[in-house]
Design a protein around this ligand. Structure first.
Ligand SMILES: *Cc1c(COP(=O)(O)O)cnc(C)c1O
Length: 429
């Protein structure tokens, strides 16, 4: 049995059927912004392995950090032990994160960092004698991960809440933000959120959202004023604000953190995906001093969470190298921010013309994210075949064809991705 055949019969892949799985392509190498398939073909990676490999593959600095740490020690438990890579990483994160965050919980995946954030928020209010504040509030259209608490705050339709109705906790949902990043703000946009808070703030521990870009729930880019207003409402109604920057953190939207577009700080911040430059699984939940102290007042006096691989030194060492490369290397256009601007300009040039196609509902680009929203859902297997024929690795979902390329992509590689999308969409138009 060859690899593809074994895979098809025995291995689960993300969000696919065990009965009729989507085609799978075997990777035998990855370098810079390119993947190499077993067929020998090279494709430009338009996905950064789901927002993660911002510096591309096989990066010499990240490789060196990994090798050095393996030769020292790969892992030790974090209960009662600490080490230089973790201390450096937490220093790094606190120095670049939005102001006011002061404590770091190192988690092992994005979903787990969301679980941790939710537990912190609920325990915080319980320790203040407010046990009734145990629900969450979130806009529709969100995505926060696949574990149960995370799933309970994902968009109820995309997240298939119906299927798990008897198990999932029900929370409060506000309408998804409608006003785009560059559109004109109107105060009506925030009114439903205020209504829910006015009526139910006694039951609500935290408002959780993805700042500025709603990722896997619909690739929406919304107005920074919406985020500002959410911050103000949280202050007014004594509700914590949890920002999920697992997808948007580390420069993706053109600011280091999407919160920076609105100049706000959350009470709790989740980071993941690009944290280790796409090398290893690791995430972090940061919180304010007020939350950290509040959580541990009274009984039980501790925060009850501690993954086996918490603070994994190898992941920490690579994350430190990744942050250093992002902030301190010379990019093609000067600093990292000028480089993201370059990618944004290039994506706009390549994708905006597609807005004229009959099959296209909307085209939007922000930072190193380009989205073409179609009127109908695509056939993933067919369209992916077309992308690959043009040398591009792009994985659409539903009506959304989108790219978030590694930051090291050349203009030519960005053009290859845009061209592949133009080719496939005009072919199927
Ligand atoms: C991917 C993602 C998660 C979940 O992270 P995992 O590492 O896959 O568990 C949570 N929130 C957002 C915004 C994400 O994009």
């Amino acid at each position: 049995m060859n690899n593809i055949e074994f895979d098809k019969q025995h291995i689960w892949h993300p969000y696919t059927s065990s009965i009729s799985p989507l085609p799978c392509y075997e990777v035998i190498g990855a370098n810079g912004a390119e993947l190499t398939f077993a067929s020998g073909q090279h494709v430009v990676d338009g996905m950064s392995s789901w927002w993660a490999s911002i510096h591309g593959y096989n990066h010499p600095r990240l490789n060196a950090a990994a090798h050095a740490q393996i030769d020292a020690f790969s892992h030790v438990m974090f209960g009662g032990l600490t080490h230089q890579p973790a201390v450096d990483l937490c220093k790094n994160l606190l120095s670049i994160a939005p102001a006011g965050l002061n404590r770091v919980f190192l988690a092992d995946s994005g979903s787990v960092s969301i679980e941790v954030a939710i537990k912190m928020a609920i325990q915080y209010w319980a320790c203040q004698g407010r046990q009734e504040k145990a629900k969450l509030l979130t806009p529709r259209g969100g995505y926060h991960g696949d574990t149960f608490a995370a799933m309970s705050v994902c968009d109820p339709v995309n997240g298939m809440h119906g299927l798990f109705r008897k198990t999932l906790i029900e929370h409060y949902f506000a309408p998804a933000p409608q006003i785009g990043f560059d559109s004109t703000w109107h105060p009506d946009e925030i009114a439903p959120m205020r209504d829910i808070l006015e009526q139910h703030h006694h039951q609500i521990a935290a408002l959780i959202l993805e700042p500025i870009v709603q990722g896997a729930g619909g690739m929406r880019m919304y107005h920074p004023e919406y985020l500002k207003q959410c911050r103000l409402l949280c202050d007014e109604f004594d509700v914590l604000l949890i920002c999920d920057e697992i997808a948007t953190g580390f420069g993706r939207t053109g600011e280091l953190f999407a919160c920076d577009h609105a100049d706000i700080s959350p009470d709790i911040l989740c980071l993941g995906k690009a944290l280790t430059g796409g090398y290893l699984t690791m995430a972090a939940t940061l919180c304010s001093e007020q939350v950290a102290l509040g959580v541990c007042e009274g009984e039980p006096g501790v925060f009850m969470h501690g993954p086996t691989f918490m603070g994994n030194p190898l992941a920490c060492a690579i994350a430190n190298a990744s942050i250093d490369v992002l902030l301190n290397s010379t990019w093609q256009n000067g600093n990292w921010q000028a480089n993201i601007k370059r990618i944004e300009t290039k994506l706009k040039q390549g994708l905006m013309p597609l807005a004229a196609l009959e099959s296209v509902a909307d085209v939007r680009c922000l930072g190193a994210i380009g989205v073409v929203e179609l009127k109908q859902a695509v056939n993933v297997a067919d369209i992916q075949h077309d992308f690959i024929s043009q040398g591009a690795w792009i994985r659409p979902f539903g009506k959304l064809v989108y790219v978030m390329p590694p930051f090291i992509c050349s203009n030519q590689q960005i053009e290859c991705l845009s061209q592949a999308i133009r080719y496939a969409l005009t072919k199927h138009a």
